[in-house]
Design a protein around this ligand. Structure first.
Ligand SMILES: Cc1ncc(COP(=O)(O)OP(=O)(O)O)c(N)n1
Ligand SMILES: Cc1nc(C(=O)O)sc1CCOP(=O)(O)O
Ligand SMILES: [Mg+2]
Length: 377
């Protein structure tokens, strides 16, 4: 005798309605719990204020959308005691060792729950389903950014390997102006931002370095302090950049520690080889062209870039950024010399960051950054 498609009691209209309410109730709880779990990491693990606000707003808007569901009917349909799912568990569900793993699990659970609410919600209230659909799209963006920021805290060197566009931020009128500049640069696609401001006293530089470190976590960019290893270490920055006239890399490493990024300026191929022998994580190679930010007596130009590109060495050596007077109209020469990464100041003027960054990246992306990245950029 063939089995009926469903047990008899499961086909009655009343049962089906109750089952839909159980699904909506369970997924409403699942999504709300997932949003809260992610918000806790943003707030208490990452200290990421704007990320926390985004998740709180999403959670509140989600609660508002749920008001369209018949609450009493959902509660009446809830029957955890009879829920066969409560005894079904997988090994991976029990394995949580980092906040990043919790965020990844919560993000997946929330997105799946919202999809279920949207699909089954169409049976009950199409307007509700439409509101959930919009919340689901917002959720994808916020969850992706939160996971990236989580990974970034423990994976800064991987992000350095993938970085192409590096912006140096000099003289800002205030901390608020500096943060706004960071947001514009990050939104334009910049991967690394350096605080390079010799016009302020140490206390101001330190407070701005701390504020920038917090903002950088939110924005998913690396935050580097120019010249000052002490302030980089004290502020929680991702690293420090030093020139040939500052502390040697070995001493900088003792100050910032093994898990911080150290950048070193190089102006000739001998300095490049010295950098390879050091623990520098990246190098600046220049100045390539004359610019308005810093004047030099000599410009090694693209010849230095070609020499760097030709250097073959262990893949665990610094990545290289071309620097000095680089703008969209001359970056093609940098690319022709084999570089896919640049560090700039003047090219990314306030107010036109997106346009300029887009033009620079369009050309830089023609250079493949292999996974075994050496000095060739
Ligand atoms: C990415 C990057 N490359 C080079 C420099 C220049 O550093 P330095 O030679 O120490 O000169 P100042 O920037 O301190 O004037 C840099 N800052 N960043
Ligand atoms: C700060 C700095 N260092 C350089 C080096 O070659 O080490 S070139 C430079 C100036 C970078 O600014 P812009 O992109 O406006 O020329
Ligand atoms: Mg310096």
């Amino acid at each position: 005798m063939t089995q009926p498609p469903f047990p008899d009691h499961a086909t009655s209209p009343g049962h089906r309605r109750q089952a839909i309410m159980r699904i909506l109730d369970a997924n409403a709880n699942r999504a709300a719990e997932g949003l809260r779990a992610m918000e806790e990491t943003a707030r208490f693990v990452l200290d990421a204020s704007s990320m926390t606000q985004q998740l709180k707003s999403l959670r509140h808007d989600f609660a508002s959308a749920l008001l369209r569901l018949p609450r009493s009917e959902c509660l009446a349909a809830r029957d955890s005691g009879q829920d066969v799912g409560t005894t079904v568990s997988t090994e991976s569900e029990q394995q949580r060792t980092t906040a990043t793993q919790i965020v990844a699990a919560a993000a997946g659970r929330t997105q799946q729950a919202m999809r279920c609410l949207e699909e089954y919600g169409k049976i009950v209230d199409v307007t509700f389903a439409g509101e959930i659909e919009q919340l689901r799209y917002r959720c994808y963006d916020v969850c992706a950014r939160l996971e990236q920021v989580c990974l970034g805290g423990s994976d800064r060197f991987h992000r350095l390997q993938q970085a192409r566009l590096y912006a140096l931020v000099d003289a800002c009128a205030s901390e608020a102006a500096m943060i706004q500049r960071m947001v514009s640069l990050a939104d334009a696609g910049v991967d690394i931002i350096q605080l390079r401001d010799s016009n302020v006293d140490d206390r101001t530089l330190f407070t701005r370095a701390v504020a920038g470190a917090n903002a950088a976590k939110d924005l998913g960019v690396l935050w580097i302090i120019n010249d000052r290893a002490d302030i980089a270490a004290a502020s929680g920055a991702d690293g420090v950049h030093v020139g040939q006239d500052e502390l040697p890399v070995a001493q900088v490493r003792r100050i910032v520690g093994a898990d911080a990024i150290i950048g070193l300026s190089t102006h000739d191929i001998d300095q490049v080889h010295d950098a390879i022998a050091s623990t520098a994580d990246y190098i600046g190679c220049g100045p390539v062209f004359p610019g308005n930010t810093k004047k030099f007596d000599a410009y090694p130009g693209c010849d230095l870039l070609r020499q760097v590109t030709d250097v073959s060495c262990d893949p665990l050596t610094p990545v290289a950024f071309a620097i000095g007077g680089i703008i969209p109209s001359n970056v093609s020469e940098v690319v022709a010399a084999g570089f896919g990464r640049v560090a700039v100041t003047g090219a990314l003027c306030v107010g036109s960051e997106s346009q300029a960054a887009g033009e620079l990246l369009a050309q830089l992306r023609s250079v493949t950054l292999s996974s075994s990245e050496e000095l060739v950029s």
